[in-house]
Design a binder for this molecule. Structure first.
Ligand code: FEO
Length: 164
């Protein structure tokens, strides 16, 4: 049995993961519109991963006989300044998700909810990987440069990250 507070916080995290999924879908479409097909494909796939993060939380709530109360998901932005702007925003977004997971982990420890604390360790490891992944892309775009040849190379580099 989870406490009502824990259930509420996990439901809130579901909304955050769904927002991330929609944000990355929106970014993916911006990339396709601007002929960054590699980045578009990568973000489209990553949106699926975010949706899976939400589903994993929902499964945990279901397994503990908790109420799943889906909430409205805010509208993500759909216009971006550049490919670098897109990935700087993904990275900032991942940092905010990490903060949210860390807050959840601290809360579970305070509450002595060791089962949920243990469940959340998967998210802790995942956030470590995602921060490194998105920071790596930002660094690579900066390194390759934002002239047209550089952007083409950056797009190819991001395409090869699909599925990671
Ligand atoms: Fe579900 Fe990218 O954090």
């Amino acid at each position: 049995m989870l406490s009502q507070e824990v259930i509420k916080k996990l439901n809130d995290q579901v909304t955050k993961e769904m927002f991330a999924s929609n944000l990355y879908l929106s970014m993916s479409s911006w990339c396709f519109r601007n002929r960054f097909d590699g980045a578009g494909q990568f973000l489209f796939e990553h949106a699926g991963e975010e949706s899976n993060h939400a589903k994993k939380l929902i499964t945990y709530l279901n397994e503990t006989d908790s109420v799943v109360e889906l909430q409205s998901v805010a509208k993500p932005e759909s216009n971006f300044k550049s490919l670098l702007d897109v990935f700087e925003k993904t990275y900032q977004h991942e940092l905010s998700i990490t903060q949210s997971i860390n807050d959840l982990v601290s809360f579970m420890l305070e509450q002595k909810d060791y089962s949920t604390f243990n469940f959340l360790q998967w998210y802790v490891a995942e956030q470590h990987e995602e921060e490194a992944l998105f920071r790596g892309i930002v660094d690579k775009i900066k390194l390759i440069g934002e002239q047209s040849n550089g952007l083409y190379l950056a797009d190819q580099y991001i395409k090869n990250l699909s599925g990671k």
